[in-house]
Design a protein around this ligand. Sequence first.
Ligand code: SF4
Ligand code: FES
Length: 249
Amino acid sequence: MNLTLQIWRQNGPNDAGRMVEYKVSDISEHMSFLEMMDVLNEELVAKGDDPVAFDHDCREGICGMCSMFINGEAHGPDRGVTTCQLHMRMFNDGDTIYIEPFRAKAFPVIKDLIVDRSSFDRIQHAGGYVSVNTSGNTQDANSLPVPKADADKAFDAATCIGCGACVATCKNSSAMLFVGAKVSQYALLPQGKVEAVERVKNMVHQMDLEGFGNCTNTGACEIECPKGISLSNIARMNREFFVSALAGE
Ligand code: SF4
Ligand code: FES
């Protein structure tokens, strides 16, 4: 495949940034999108040009680093995949592909396609943990029975990889699908009850401080989420928040 790439280039947070056109040729349909980007960068480096900066780590859909907006969609045109899992067979010979960073006030651009998602880390620090007894008298996990249905829902919520596609997709730059998943994975388990009241309040407060918008129930986040995180997690977070407010702490 021969492709034209329109890529967002931005030297740093204070640079205005612009789209720059590149050509790549002989791209195999079996390559991943990131491998195609590697081909481009090898050519740029060989010419002495600055390679395109983009985040990646695991390249198997686990770490959530490979945030890119491709032809107007977070992680590109396929469903249920991250950019590193996106194959070039989703595109056609001669295509022009537009590649941009995830855009949100709370995700400032560091360089080119790399954005700073440490706002997610700070939300996690605000409440995404459970008490752990390290006294040597740790309770046997099997003494706390968990209904299978709850365990499954908690596991599903815990598959959120913190990629930020939900934020980038939402017209309000809302992080409520992410925070809903992180609250739910604890709210559904007995181990998560200890800090439950404080957790949801603190995580939602931090979410607001970081400048994320509110949810208006459009549902675009759920469609673009590579892990299929359900909107029901937002509803659960809202219920947890209501209970927390009633607790008056
Ligand atoms: S909810 Fe989905 S889209 Fe949002 S951060 Fe988690 S995995 Fe990514
Ligand atoms: S590089 Fe880890 S999810 Fe894509």
